[in-house]
Write a protein that binds this ligand. Sequence first.
Ligand code: G6P
Length: 478
Amino acid sequence: MKNNNRLIIVSYRLPFSFETASGSTTVKASAGGLVTAMKSLDFSEAREKPVWIGCADFSRRTWEKYQHLVNDDFEFVPVFLERKIQQNFYNGFSNSVLWPLFHYFPTYVDYQERDFVAYQKANETVSETVAAVVQPQDIVWVHDYHFMGLPKLIREKKPEATIGFFLHIPFPSYEILRILPYKVKEYLLTGLLGSDLIGFHTNDYNIHFLQSIQINLGVQHKIWKINYQDRLIQSDSFPVGINYSLYHDAYDNEDVIAEREALKNAYQDTKIIFSVDRLDYTKGVMQRLDALEAFFARYPEWIGRLTFILVVVPSRDEIQKYGERKVMIEQAVGRINGKYGTLIWRPIVYRYGSVPFPQLVALYTACDVALITPIRDGMNLVAKEFVATRKDHQGVLILSEMTGAANELSTALHINPMDENEVADKMKQALEMEPEEQARRIAIMQRRLKDYDVKKWANSFVESLLNMENTQHKDPTP
Ligand code: G6P
């Protein structure tokens, strides 16, 4: 898709960070899916390169001094929030209210008025930055739960702007949203209704959103179209994909081959079950460990013949619920290793830290089973990455039915993460599955992931945004 519009991306994180070691500063580009997606959009006919607006996790001074080191695919515009606002906006309202609530953890919600005020302030500040940058013919694409108020705030400043919003986490049932004070719900829902197009990962999330605006605001909708304040808004599902060829081709990468050989050597006497997640209570790591215990109790013939490699990547560690989770996981790992381990074998190999790309792909491709058990997950890209890497068509995916990805990954072994006996039984089924059956299941899922990759996702969202009737018939002057 080519077009002459300029793209303005807004996301909480900018796709790079500065690193200072032994007195010298370097830039580390993020390898995340969002950058790949945004780079894949063909805006080559636009007058200017795309703009990316996000919150700075560095100082103004660092930016002034080192911005020339950042790659120039985008024009980056960092927003510098006051420290206290930034904290209460990110750790507070975004990650201690919206995150737990939208993942169905209402008892983890810690609602503080000052955090909601900071969220509004941060959205207001970012909307001013967007309004100062946006020009006629630009399209603005806002990402994720940090900026649910933003579409409305931009619309108030630039009534004719073309605005898309995509939510990367689940949108919960209206019953869950009810827990929030009315003014908060109103702010979030009317905030989103400032968009021309609102995207979710799945149809269910879309339906939950439509029910929420109907019940809370009395706003009507018909077949994904919403009539609101004389504007037509569309809401739809766009399941995010991955950079399929990057993961698929990595199977033959030299570093990956070397890492894979090393792993296979190290674990030649056992089968391997692997999982990797950000440290988050939504990921169901404790339930996974309970299931492993249930597995050894039900199938003791596997004791000594299976290694579970558990990688947990640090995340949001200033928030109490995250710190607590780390302690819980580490205690459970110690307990299970103490209970079942022998002098020459440990059931769980635990790593707390991030793993470089070649090692990650080596783990994906050396394991026999990927065990992915979130209690809720908007999509879950780890499941998709695992499947994509298996050029050998081997390996079994066990996947929680509570993930957005379960809809697409239909030939995975689906489980309810709360049912430890079911997970244990599926682990046995996976470990004993015939190679032909593994290949059949992987091939079906790979076809889907290849066809609907991250580029397709980004392009279909932008195409829908540009095709909106109300955006086509607008006066081009914002
Ligand atoms: C989820 C969210 C993203 C977020 C990521 C990492 O995938 O949808 O918006 O960037 O988690 O979390 P963090 O808080 O470190 O940005």
